[in-house]
Ligand binder design. Sequence first.
Ligand SMILES: *Cc1c(COP(=O)(O)O)cnc(C)c1O
Length: 249
Amino acid sequence: MDNGLKTGELEPALPSAQDAPGQRLCRVQARIAQALADAGRDVAAVRLLAVSKTFDAVAVRELAVCGQRAFGENYVQEALDKQQALRDLALEWHFIGPIQSNKTRPIAENFSWVHSLDRLKIAERLSAQRPAGLPPLQVCIELNVSGEASKGGGSVAELPALAAAVSALPRLQLRGLMAIPAPVADQAAQRAAFRQVRQAFDALVARGHALDTLSMGMSADLEAAILEGATIVRVGTALFGERITPDDS
Ligand SMILES: *Cc1c(COP(=O)(O)O)cnc(C)c1O
């Protein structure tokens, strides 16, 4: 949006102008571009996934008209409602939340990607339920690098067997790994966690898996993730504002 200001002039006083969706999107894209430059990586090496959980279809549409195409959702019914309201737009939907086995069918039928695959039983159901007319479901295995029992994700030790089994499923395409490290303030600690994910990824590639996706980095730590090789960053708060629901894992 053109607000008539030139570089170096005063910021507009209205919070609504500062918080316009297009401006928030630009700021996040600039952060990604700067981190890629700092890492010496290609300008197009990272895709932005806009995490729209708890925000309504109107908010998603505002970002979509600014050019954002890929959206991430955590809750199945909430996502289906938004997809229905936005079916006139060519959006790409990614499921990134915990997956209950009784919810696999709507996920297999209505999403292009799943980032939060953490056990074989779920993978088998998603593959069996993926409709024949759609491309294979693009999946990442979620890795629990923080070792927190409460968090989703498989362990590094289980990863080779899980990756081999997922790769053998006909209607899934294994693209890489996803991780949500425990939040830490300093960038060195953020990078150490992301490096573990990167090393697990490299180990799978060394075993012969053709992988291209490291889904890691959120609003608070996307720079650290990009410095460690992220190819998809999942950003909610920096695009949509603070979530007001208590459940904002
Ligand atoms: C909510 C969520 C995000 C976005 O987090 P922000 O800190 O709001 O950017 C990313 N990934 C997953 C899996 C999430 O649940």
